[in-house]
Design a protein around this ligand. Structure first.
Ligand code: GTP
Length: 881
């Protein structure tokens, strides 16, 4: 449908050309056809005719040459006989032996084409020889016979063709008066065998209607083949001056519609045999080629006419169909523009090829922005993604059904529903066609409806809807509660009169309803009957709903309970609803206990924590739900809260798939008068926060390279150990280690190797200690160790020796054999005397001594609690390598 792709507006030049296209194409084809037909019918025919005439002329010329040759032989024969008779003195030429001989020779030399006879002035003819001397024929009617007796005529003359008898050949006489008449003979005559000459001439004839004729200079017919009775001897020029004119030139071609011979149309070529004044005429009917051409021309003309008609008819049908299609397209276009839906079509690349007016209006786009204009209405950051998703959907032929926001350039925001379906042409995905509809108002309406329903559900007012006859079809939860109806109970067969006193029903019918119908609504005070028989005063609003035709369809009643109890209850319900909403949405566990530690309320988070709901636990003791163990932990805080104090405690739940830590606060639940009505428990999940704290703490107290304690971590842990040692008066020792010859390792192999070595050293130190002992890297190549619960100072010596030996063993790191060592200084002290600062100073001093003592060894001392003086211990020499 090309028009669907056309932009909006008037028909373009291209469309107009498309309209005219079939007609122009037809015109071109017909012009070419008829040009060919014209050429074939006329130009080609003329060419054929000219060619035919050329052929005919050359045939006439050849026939004339042949004839002239024969006539020339005849003339020579005449002159030869005349000369002979003139030069011979003979009284009897008829039987002169030499003349006979010569005549015979001439006869045979012309292939018996000619016959020589002699004639007397009376026209009697004599053969040579003529032994009897008798004439054998008398010429009559020949034009030249009258001249035979004329003594001065010595030129030759052509006569008319004749036969001696009907069976004898046709002969053309040529006569010449003898220069010297002898023995009564005055003329010699050559008779040309015209049958044979015409046979020769007939070789040049073509077609069945061909003829060959000879005319004399004066237009007398000398001969004609095929023979026509009475034609020879006619004076043609007298009756046909047109022929005289036509035959005037030396040679040529002419046409006659009515031949003088048989009245048929003929084409004739002629040649003048000048010396004999003879016109040689070769005529023929229409040529075969021209005849064939005429038939072909008829066929071609007929076919061309049929083809033209058929083409014109086809074009007319096509043009009409094209017009119908265009009309249909226009209808479709108009219909689609009138559609309340935005319609569009995209190609397989996702580019929009067409969109209707509604689409453009909806998006606030101009017609020339249709291709990708919609992308401009998306947030800039999301355009690339949206385009890619859309292009993928178009390429794969995936239908789309979605709702999306668009921001028009005029600043308005719309919510639109987009639906597309893949377009397939010949089984190939050609793009997508889709609809866009503005659902902003609908969505807002639905939202409003939902809100309205929520209000209906939450309001303490009684809302009901009924038909004009009073049949109820809707009651909100408050109304249902008031009349004791389950939230989902059917209202079938329930009429409002059931809840209204009889006299009130009258008032309703007589006053309220007519007023509401007249004004659309009515507001006033009325009452309703509760199922328990009490009359409840209510503020009432009646609303009348009408359909499109204006007929009353339904009546809505909004009733506000005016009893004070109900009002108070409403207020309470409202507060409760607010509190409940707050409690439900807060991301903390909330529970409220009464003074007996029974649940009054707990929120959804609390319920989820224990996998239950308040409905199942209201009125039950907290111990039952949280378990004996947890309860014992919480009990002091609960009791404190019930005494009016706030208490915080942290509780860890390790019985769950993942450890959970709750930060719990118990507070008193005080009423307005200050009385404590229970306890409120608010618990926060601090598992993640505590885990993060622990991680940070660990990181701040750990040496990142060796994972031993760092200086700060060591100080903290040592303090704790010392406190315990003091308490129980344990013997303990602080050891300081410093690596020997570590620097060369760094220098030789680089720092990464030094780091690896430090890690390995840390591993060996850890390995040499008990789990309860502390090990730390104080910095660089310095380490510290705190040993607790020693049996005697020798334990410390033993550990120092173990460490010196452990570090002295070679390290194999990255295939390098590394040799270092360590020096150790330590100090032992009983718990009661233990003072970290002093122990550090002492151990450091001893380390210095060990270094000075040659490295690879230890030095130690013990703090003397009474004197504060150090007691030197045994000094151990360096461990064997
Ligand atoms: N690879 C590495 N080297 C460290 C680190 N901290 C300190 N050092 C280097 O450790 C070396 C410690 O110096 P010293 O104690 O004088 O070196 P030493 O060769 O052990 O000397 P003595 O104790 O006298 O035997 C210095 O070269 C520091 O640069 C560390 O974290 N990694």
């Amino acid at each position: 449908m090309p028009n669907l792709l056309a932009p909006h507006g008037k028909a373009t030049l291209r469309e107009r050309l498309l309209d005219l296209g079939p007609i122009a194409a037809l015109g071109l084809v017909l012009a070419m056809l008829w040009a060919f037909v014209s050429w074939f019918a006329w130009t080609y025919r003329d060419e054929l005719r000219r060619e035919h005439e050329r052929d005919l002329s050359s045939l006439a010329n050849a026939a004339a040459s042949q004839t002239e040759e024969v006539l020339r032989d005849a003339e020579i024969s005449l002159r030869t006989v005349d000369l002979w008779l003139r030069t011979r003195d003979t009284a009897h030429p008829l039987n002169d032996a030499s003349l006979v001989q010569m005549v015979e020779t001439l006869h045979t030399s012309t292939r018996t084409m000619i016959e020589i006879v002699l004639a007397d002035p009376a026209g009697w003819l004599y053969r040579i020889p003529s032994p009897s001397g008798q004439a054998f024929h008398q010429l009559k009617g020949q034009p030249f016979v009258a001249n035979l007796a004329q003594p001065d005529t010595n030129g030759f003359q052509l006569g008319r063709a004749f036969r001696f008898s009907p069976d004898s050949p046709l002969r053309l006489p040529m006569a010449m008066r003898l220069g010297t008449p002898r023995g009564g003979i005055s003329t010699v005559i050559v008779l040309v065998n015209l049958d044979r000459l015409q046979q020769l001439q007939s070789l040049y004839l073509r077609g069945t209607e061909g003829s060959v004729a000879m005319f004399s200079r004066e237009g007398e017919v000398l001969s004609r083949a095929p023979e026509l009775p009475g034609f020879v001897g006619q004076q043609v020029y007298e009756t046909r001056p047109d022929l005289r004119r036509a035959l005037m030139p030396q040679s040529g071609v002419f046409h006659v519609q009515d031949s003088p011979a048989d009245g048929q149309p003929r084409t004739a070529a002629f040649e003048t045999i000048t010396d004999f004044g003879v016109k040689m005429i070769l005529a023929e009917g229409e040529s075969k080629a021209l005849g064939q051409h005429r038939t072909q021309r008829l066929v071609v003309l007929a076919l061309a006419a049929i083809l033209s008609m058929a083409a014109m008819l086809t074009t007319m049908v096509l043009v009409r169909q094209h017009r119908t299609l265009r009309e249909r397209d226009a209808e479709l276009l108009a219909t689609s523009d009138a559609s309340p839906l935005g319609l569009f079509r995209a190609d397989a690349s996702g580019k929009l090829l067409w969109a209707n007016e509604t689409y453009l209006r909806l998006h606030g786009l101009a017609a020339d922005e249709v291709a990708w204009g919609w992308l401009l209405l998306m947030p800039e950051g999301g355009r690339a993604n949206a385009k890619a998703r859309w292009q993928a959907a178009c390429a794969e032929g995936k239908p789309i059904d979605m709702v999306r926001n668009i921001s028009r350039r005029d600043g308005t925001e719309l919510l639109v529903a987009l639906r597309t379906a893949p377009l397939r042409i010949n089984g190939k995905i050609a793009g997508q066609a889709g609809t866009v509809s503005d659902i902003t108002a609908q969505a807002a309406h639905e939202r409003a409806q939902r809100m309205l329903h929520a209000i209906f559900d939450m309001t303490p007012d009684y809302i009901g809807q009924m038909k004009l006859n009073g049949d109820l079809f809707y009651l909100n939860p408050a109304a249902r509660r008031r009349i004791g109806l389950a939230p989902d109970a059917s209202l079938a067969g329930m009429n409002y009169t059931r809840f209204t006193a009889h006299e009130r029903q009258e008032v309703f019918r007589q006053e309220i309803l007519p007023a509401a119908i007249a004004q659309g609504h009515w507001t006033g005070r009325t009452s309703l009957y509760a199922p328990d028989g009490t009359e409840v005063p209510v503020d009432s609003t009646a609303l009348v709903h009408r359909n499109d035709r204006g007929d009353v369809e339904a009546i809505s009643m909004v009733l506000r309970d005016l009893t004070s109890e109900t009002l108070a209850q409403r207020e309470r319900l409202r507060s409760e609803a607010i509190l409940r909403a707050v409690a439900q949405t807060a991301p903390v566990l909330i529970a409220v206990l009464d003074t007996e530690q029974r649940y009054i309320y707990f929120n959804q988070s609390y319920g989820q924590h224990f996998g239950t709901t308040i409905e199942a636990w209201r009125g039950r003791h907290i111990r039952e739900l949280i378990g004996e163990e947890q309860y014992e932990l919480s009990r002091p805080a609960i009791e404190a809260a019930l005494r009016g104090q706030h208490k915080d405690l942290e509780k860890a739940y390790s019985d769950r798939p993942e450890l959970m830590i709750l930060d719990v606060r118990y507070s008193p639940l005080r009423l307005d008068d200050g009385e404590i009505a229970g306890a409120i428990c608010i618990a926060r999940d601090v598992t993640a926060a505590r885990a993060e704290e622990a991680r940070l703490r660990h990181a701040s107290q750990t040496d990142a390279l060796t994972q031993l304690l760092n200086r700060a971590g060591f100080a903290l842990a040592a303090d704790e150990k010392l406190a315990i040692a003091r308490q129980h008066n344990h013997l303990m020792a602080l050891l300081y280690l410093d690596l020997d010859r570590f620097k060369p390792i760094n220098d030789q192999y680089g720092h990464p190797m030094g780091d690896a070595l430090l890690r390995a050293v840390a591993g060996r130190i850890r390995h040499a200690l008990r789990p309860n002992d502390l090990a730390a890297r104080l910095g660089g190549d310095e380490f510290a160790v705190l040993l607790t619960m020693l049996h005697g100072p020798e334990d410390a010596e033993m550990v120092a020796t173990k460490l010196v030996q452990a570090i002295a063993s070679p390290f194999m790191i990255e295939q390098h054999d590394l040799h270092i060592g360590c020096s150790v200084g330590f100090c032992v002290a009983w718990g009661g005397q233990a003072d970290l600062e002093r122990m550090v100073a002492e151990a450091d001093a001893k380390l210095y001594e060990a270094k000075r003592g040659g490295r690879g060894t230890w030095r130690g001392s013990q703090l003397d609690g009474t004197s504060g003086k150090d007691a030197p211990l045994n000094e151990t020499p360096a461990a064997p390598a």
